[in-house]
Design a binder for this molecule. Structure first.
Ligand code: X90
Length: 276
């Protein structure tokens, strides 16, 4: 039985060792240009285009066809999507799953709404990989992933929410003033899969301290951490150091965001997924 993990590109994940994996690109539209968030994208050139472009920019969910293509010829697919409360990506995956199952009798597509994005999807993918490699049955894997999902969280520090506001995903009132004088907005993915703002901080140091405080409040005890950043490796390393000071080790990874996350979690932002 061929099993495959498929996640949209908001997971900032392009490949996985020892298991079948595919990433489905979310799209970023900058004027006439449609950037598919794939491994081929030149992130520096893309970010420069975003910075310099004065007209309208937006994003678009992958089509069901793009999801189906990523399913390949697997018998069992674990499909992990970014929050359905903020994007059509999940809906598109559900449609693709139904179509794939009807075209491939006996195949099964499990579609899980992460109610989150980025590092939290990354954690779910890592767990799915672990369970596949342990030789577990698909139905049991899905059950375990859903149980694991109850223990994963996402926090973020955003350097700007302009692109969220421009696309009607947060109000302009909230967006105002963020990004000025190094103001960061710290928030989390709500249980419904929407943005839940927890506070404004001046500078990375305070923002990271607030994230760490929230992690501890949730019962974080040194579990797995995934940190994604947009041109702010320094902040990611600072958080890693603080975790090491507290727990004696850092069980995690740090990586740059891919194109979709870079659009909404603008330069200077940090996203943190963790187990608690
Ligand atoms: O359908 C589309 O056009 C894509 C829309 C995606 C919207 C969400 C992207 C989030 C990227 C930003 C920081 C954390 C947000 C947490 C949300 C629960 C990352």
């Amino acid at each position: 039985m061929k099993m495959r993990i498929v996640a949209d590109s908001s997971a900032n994940l392009l490949e996985m060792k020892d298991v079948e994996f595919a990433s489905v690109p979310v799209h970023i539209i900058v004027g006439e240009r449609d950037y598919a968030d794939t491994a081929e994208i030149d992130l520096a050139a893309y970010q420069q285009h975003l910075r310099e472009y004065k007209g309208k920019t937006t994003t678009a969910a992958p089509s069901p066809g793009e999801w189906e293509e990523a399913f390949g010829d697997a018998d069992v697919i674990f499909c992990l999507t970014l929050t359905g409360a903020m994007s059509g990506t999940h809906n598109s995956a559900v449609i693709a799953g139904e179509s794939y199952e009807s075209e491939h009798p006996g195949a099964k597509v499990y579609v899980l709404d992460s109610l989150s994005t980025g590092p939290e999807i990354y954690l779910l993918a890592e767990k799915t990989r672990e369970l596949i490699l342990a030789g577990m049955e698909p139905e049991k894997i899905y059950e375990e992933i859903r149980a694991y999902h109850q223990t994963t969280h996402l926090y973020f520090s955003l350097a700007s929410v302009d692109n969220f506001a421009k696309n009607g995903r947060v109000s302009h009132v909230i967006a105002k003033g963020i990004g000025l004088m190094g103001i960061r907005i710290v928030g989390t993915a709500s249980p419904e899969g929407t943005l839940d703002f927890k506070g404004k901080c001046r500078g990375d140091k305070k923002a990271l301290a607030l994230i760490l405080e929230k992690m501890k409040e949730l019962g974080y005890k040194g579990g797995r951490v995934v940190i994604a950043h947009n041109q702010n490796e320094e902040a990611a390393l600072q958080l890693k150091m603080r975790i090491e000071e507290l727990f004696g080790f850092f069980n995690g990874v740090i990586h740059p965001e891919r194109a979709l996350c870079c659009y909404y979690a603008e330069p200077g932002s940090v996203m943190v997924g963790f187990e608690a």
